[in-house]
Design a protein around this ligand. Structure first.
Ligand code: GDP
Ligand code: MG
Length: 440
């Protein structure tokens, strides 16, 4: 994948006190290939590589301290820039309802995303959205939206399959005004390929209701086609934002890099699963870190926060920052994580875990978590809060107490220490997490 290739590309620089021009060129060649293989558009790749190279030369980083780390930093910053730098919020109209229109090819995830978005607005803004079923070409499409609506308890407006989509959109909007809905989300039809009829219909809907937001839904798994699709839709519809779906799959963001650069339209959300709660705000810096394989620590913290009450989450964040995160917190975290859902999905978000080959093949066994907990439970209070006291004889005692071999106890303590260091560095928002990656 892209992440592995980029890491390999930069590993050649790792630990070098001095980086020569030819080292830099070799690294840039690897980065270029890595991006191209990840289906990043070739022009985007060319500009990207050129900028990184210019900055590396211009700032005289090759002659400075830690040139390799500085290059990683430049790569990270340029990835972030390519994807738009800042998160861009959903447009909102001054008068209700705000009108959101979904667009995209068939199977991209429009209907699912319409539901996810309605749920998000409901949960986060106490909004009262109305979904409009405007895909009349397959009766199943209306049923699907109805099912989504029931699932999230959001009303669905539909007039069956015999009314013109423009008419449905207009009448749906009238209904929303009557009912004082503050958002309408129009779910439209897609086709397997862009064609004039589809585009004509979407244009007509746009002209009839003047959406505040036209979201283009793109399947991130479609690689190079994602860019062509985005360009095609954007040319006709002048979309206002992009939703990149299926980022929970194998893709590591190639499409995210191309789409923003090619369309100049912000990616506003990413879909990361089939559940209605699997829609997240798109943060370019986090995606850059994810592409570089640092794991998405901030998303993990955010996900944890949702499950926690705020106070606990704040305590955790403080502890990570102050580096006082101890084994008691570790067990709390394990318990929390066990509640949060599929373990391997969670583990992938932890820096250094994303590319862990063992993780790729092996599903994390819940029993392992129980071992980890047994080890901590066999520690004294002092050992839990001050891991430095864990000398060999204490470790042997803990091994006996927990029923785990002493090697496992040692491994666990080592992993804990590494994780703690990594979390602390990442939480300070500097490049240390990445520096670590380069140096270990
Ligand atoms: P539409 O034709 O554009 O309306 O696409 P749908 O909303 O019907 O989605 C097509 C398929 O993609 C469905 O099976 C969805 O469950 C699935 N899907 C949509 N978004 C995501 C996502 O973010 N992750 C995953 N894994 N599947 C998704
Ligand atoms: Mg649909």
């Amino acid at each position: 994948g892209l992440t592995e290739r980029l890491q390999n590309a930069m590993k050649t620089l790792r630990g070098k006190g001095k980086v020569s021009q030819s080292d830099l060129r070799a690294t840039m060649r690897e980065i270029r290939l890595a991006l191209l293989e990840a289906d990043v558009n070739f022009q985007v790749v060319r500009n990207f590589v050129k900028t990184v190279e210019e900055r590396a030369n211009g700032a005289k980083v090759l002659e400075g301290l830690n040139p390799s780390q500085q290059i990683v930093k430049i790569v990270d910053e340029e990835l972030t820039k390519t994807m738009g730098e800042e998160a861009v919020p959903l447009n909102k109209s001054e008068k209700i309802p705000t009108i959101i229109m979904m667009s995209g090819l068939q199977g991209a995830g429009k209907t699912t995303t319409a539901g996810k978005l309605a749920l998000k607005l409901k949960n986060e803004q106490n909004a009262r959205p109305l979904l409009i079923a405007d895909d009349i070409y397959r009766p199943a499409a209306i049923d699907q939206l109805e099912t989504v609506g029931q699932q999230i308890d959001v009303p669905v407006f539909q007039l069956g399959t015999d009314v013109d989509p423009v008419e449905i959109a207009k009448r749906g909007l009238e209904k929303a005004k009557e009912d004082h809905n503050d958002y309408v989300i129009i779910d439209t039809a897609g086709r397997l390929q862009i064609d004039e009829k589809l585009m004509g219909e979407l244009s007509n809907i746009k002209d009839a209701v003047h959406p505040d937001e036209i979201l283009l839904v793109i399947d991130a798994m479609t690689g190079q086609n994602a860019v062509a699709t985005a360009e095609g839709f954007n040319k006709t519809l002048d979309v206002t934002g992009v939703v990149l779906t299926k980022l929970d799959g194998d893709t590591r963001g190639g499409a995210a890099l191309s789409i923003r650069a090619v369309t100049q339209k912000p990616i506003k959300f990413v879909g990361q699963g089939e559940k209605m709660s699997d829609l997240d705000v798109f943060y370019p810096d986090r995606m850059a870190s994810r592409i570089l394989g640092m794991g998405d620590m901030l998303s993990l913290i955010e996900k944890t926060q949702k499950e926690y009450d705020e106070k606990q989450a704040q305590e955790l964040t403080d502890k990570i920052k102050e580096n006082t995160f101890d084994f008691n917190d570790f067990v709390d975290q394990l318990n929390q994580i066990q509640k949060m859902g599929p373990l391997d999905e969670i583990m992938k978000m932890i820096p250094g875990m994303a590319n862990n080959p063992q993780l790729k093949n092996a599903k994390m066994d819940p029993k392992d978590m129980d071992h980890l907990k047994a080890i901590v439970y066999s520690m004294t209070d002092q050992e839990r809060t001050d891991p430095d006291v864990l000398n060999p004889s204490r470790r042997r005692r803990i091994a006996r107490g927990s029923g785990c071999p002493v090697q496992e106890v040692n491994r666990m303590i080592k992993q804990f220490t590494q994780m703690k260091t990594m979390m602390n560095k990442v939480s300070k928002g500097n490049m240390s997490g990445m520096e670590n990656m380069m140096n270990n």
